[in-house]
Design a protein around this ligand. Sequence first.
Ligand code: CO
Length: 460
Amino acid sequence: MKVKFTETVIRDSQQSLIATRMPYSDFEDILETLDEAGYYSLECWGGATFDSCLRYLDEDPWERLRKIKAKVKKTPLQMLLRGQNILGYKHYPDEVVRLFVRKSAENGMDIFRIFDALNDFRNIEVAVDETLKCGKHAQGCICYTTSPVHTLEKYAEMGKELEAMGVQSVCIKDMAGIMSPDEAYKLIKKLKETIKIPVFLHTHSTTGLGPMTYLKAVEAGVDGIDCAISNFSGGTSQPATETMKYALEGLGYETDLDSKVLKKINDFFAPVKAKFLENGILDPYVMGTKTDALVYQVPGGMLSNLVNQLKSMNAYDRLDEALAEVPKVRKDMGYPPLVTPLSQMVGVQAVTNVLVGERYKNISAEVKAFLRGEYGRAPGEVSQDLIHKVWTDDELVKGRYAESLEPVFEKTKAELGKKARSDEDVLSYIAFPQIAEKFFEKREEKESNTVNYTIEKKED
Ligand code: CO
């Protein structure tokens, strides 16, 4: 039996370890080598990369995608798409979702891993449909979590629902790294018995369970796993690619991976890692094994965000309290899986509850929108007391929220005028208005500086 490997070093791995601060220039020179390693796919875009490119790295995320595609010609490129949220933190109208998918496909994306934070699949239908229309691979994604409402049967039903939607594969996304080897075995076995399409598993090493969980998933027949090259593996990132290859091949499983190429890739990332350790962006805290997550169910990205948030407020010493508040907020909100944007909403609300000293005295706009039903259906019962702290019954959303949203693309395009040079720019702006605008301004500045420089040079 063959096990497929997805490499996450330039997306989830660096998102989880260094809050997506790796510029394109840090990995440009290894892209052709990554293409030779024998990966099933290279996860390289989506998630927080889009936001981070515009906000911190002064990079056009679309240009990054095109540049990666130009160098990675054989290995399919993979992205993580938040369904109706695309890459932002709220729902967008269907036309925006469709155009975003189409433009991503045109710019080089091959595999669209599409999820909804609440597993409300009405919120991924449009993105899946458009991916299929573009002739690309739609991977329906189930966010894994444990709660009284998340049973094996419920997951099997979700798998069936996704298969019926027409996706080519299913991924179980264990963003918190809380899936135990036993749970993985039972869940993958159940899914393999229930659906015909390939099943992938995504986990993190946060709690130390990762490699064992993958091994049991492979024994249960999982088709592919997500790993990170060893220098960027472990902790809140994925289990190491080389380690999983070694262990699985020793047990008689096939992989398409080439050890010599993997070594080159890993050597390349050693100084990159050293740089981020030295400048403090890579905090050794996130590299360790944190078994607390088995209790708090806090995913890698969320854990590093919580640490950063508390540090910036000089309240790092309240981390334990904030972590203890997370499961309580989660119960009140109907057991949402802790994945973006729900993980941030729950995290910020938990920190606020702790720092303010009174629960729900301050409620963020996002949590208010969630309570109104703008994010979809929660898996469990949402606290009615909490809902009615903010909304009356008449104000609550009925049906699929995106259907109530007016088209915005043409209007935004007209408003932006020359500032936007392409439809891609308009989409960047729709997803992140303020940061995209700043990015456009900086881009203008940079280019006018370049022109001046050239003129001066000519006069020499
Ligand atoms: Co992840």
